[in-house]
Design a protein around this ligand. Structure first.
Ligand code: HEC
Length: 163
């Protein structure tokens, strides 16, 4: 009987702590708090994408020598990061007009097109990669010029509010 009693007490304690957890500091996160977190996450992803693209921009502006190995590394990373874009926009935040965001409503009105534009960035990175892996600096610079900026602006033009 002692054993059963212990199990009973433990089950009761587990129930109490589960209730306490779910009610936490005022219950589960509010829809506003969830939207704020989702917006911060996606903005964070773009901060990382821009950070990875930084040396590429410098090469395009002739402020830095073309380094094909670095281009390969950054394109590989941007490709992986681009795959996360649709995921971090899974939460539809259109109704939360008080939270600062540059994301336009069209993202959720035409999700397939938005996803296609994220994939286009991945394809642009792939195109550059194929060239940068050859080690040809001139050809790499040309591939960057023709692909990567468009990969960003192709989406920003439709789905990011102008500052
Ligand atoms: C598929 C669409 C898409 C692609 C591709 C894309 N962006 Fe964006 N970007 C957005 C949207 C939408 C926002 C606004 C996010 C928000 O404010 O909630 C944004 C915001 C940003 C921001 C501002 C982040 C912040 O601090 O709030 C930067 C920087 C940025 N993008 C850089 C880039 C660069 C660089 C590329 C290309 C290498 C790129 N983006 C490709 C859609 C895209």
């Amino acid at each position: 009987m002692k054993g059963l009693y212990r199990i009973g007490v433990m089950a009761a304690l587990a129930t109490v702590s589960a209730v306490a957890l779910s009610q936490g500091a005022g219950g589960p996160p509010s829809p506003e708090a969830q939207a704020k977190a989702a917006i911060e996450t996606r903005q964070g992803l773009f901060k990382v994408i821009a950070n990875q693209n930084g040396p590429i921009g410098a090469m395009l502006r002739n402020q830095r020598e073309v380094d094909t190995a670095l281009v390969t590394q950054r394109m590989e990373r941007i490709k992986v990061l681009s795959e996360m874009i649709p995921e971090v926009f899974a939460m539809d935040t259109r109704q939360f007009k008080d939270i600062k965001t540059a994301a336009l409503d069209g993202i959720w009105n035409s999700q397939a097109d938005f996803k296609a534009k994220a994939e286009a960035l991945g394809k642009a990175a792939d195109t550059v990669l194929a060239v940068s892996k050859t080690g040809d600096k001139e050809a790499t610079l040309k591939a960057l010029r023709e692909n990567i900026g468009k990969g960003c602006s192709g989406c920003h033009d439709s789905y990011r509010a102008k500052p």
